[in-house]
Design a protein around this ligand. Structure first.
Ligand SMILES: C[S@@+](CC[C@H](N)C(=O)[O-])C[C@H]1O[C@@H](n2cnc3c(N)ncnc32)[C@H](O)[C@@H]1O
Length: 207
């Protein structure tokens, strides 16, 4: 099974469970992020610091959309969640409709985006687990993905990325010369083999 089929089958099961029993699926890393709220607060603080009046947000690989639905949409001029899994986006649409949410949803591959996304000049690009998922498809894809993010971001815009596979130093190195490190969120750390590591990294980079 390739990676795309894997995500499709996972979200298709979630979608069935949601339609039958009204049970939401997984918001990734929710056990470390207080159900996503730590990252919502992180985004809100960056939003408050952003001096421009218009602030748009694009979530690359939004999954079932649960995370985006935690944000206060009135703080953004537009929010778009996209994912290449058809079932993930169907589920996001259903949950969004239930909340009367103004968030837009789109089924699309980050490597083949329609013009309306490419021309978005996005203020904030959010990624929770998508860089990790893309790396699993092929390490060589990471460079291309970073370029997609850089091209989509508006000047002074933020890329906010959460990874369970990378350290902060590794993220800084991947984005070196393209985006500058701005700030990160702290998570519990552990010691292993004489080294200290965090369970998760969330960091904001600026264009
Ligand atoms: C670990 S999940 C995270 C989902 C969501 N961000 C969350 O935090 O719950 C990774 C997501 O990336 C999506 N994804 C992976 N590669 C993608 C690609 N090339 N284009 C669009 N979505 C992709 C998968 O379908 C999956 O929903």
């Amino acid at each position: 099974m390739d990676r795309r089929e894997y995500w499709e089958s996972l979200y298709s099961e979630e979608y069935d469970t949601f339609t039958k029993y009204n049970v939401c699926g997984e918001d990734w890393f929710e056990q470390y992020t207080d159900g996503g709220r730590k990252i919502v607060d992180f985004i809100s603080s960056l939003r408050a610091e952003y001096s421009g009046s218009d602030c748009s947000l694009l979530d690359l690989g939004c999954g079932n959309g649960q995370f985006l639905l935690l944000l206060d949409p009135t703080k953004f001029t537009k929010i778009l969640g996209l994912d290449y899994s058809f079932s993930a986006i169907e589920m996001a649409k259903k949950m969004g409709d239930k909340q009367n949410s103004p968030i837009d949803w789109l089924q699309a591959d980050v490597f083949s985006l329609p013009l309306r996304v490419k021309d978005g000049n996005w203020t904030i690009i959010h990624d929770k687990g998508t860089l990790d998922a893309i790396e699993l498809q092929g390490r060589e894809l990471v460079c291309g993905y970073v370029q997609v993010v850089v091209d989509l971001l508006a000047p002074n815009g933020y890329f906010i990325v959460t990874s369970c596979n990378k350290t902060l130093d590794e993220l800084v190195s991947i984005l070196h010369g393209k985006l500058s490190f701005y700030r990160n969120l702290s998570y519990p750390s552990f010691r292993f083999g004489g080294q200290e590591g965090a369970v998760l990294v969330t960091a904001a980079f600026m264009k």
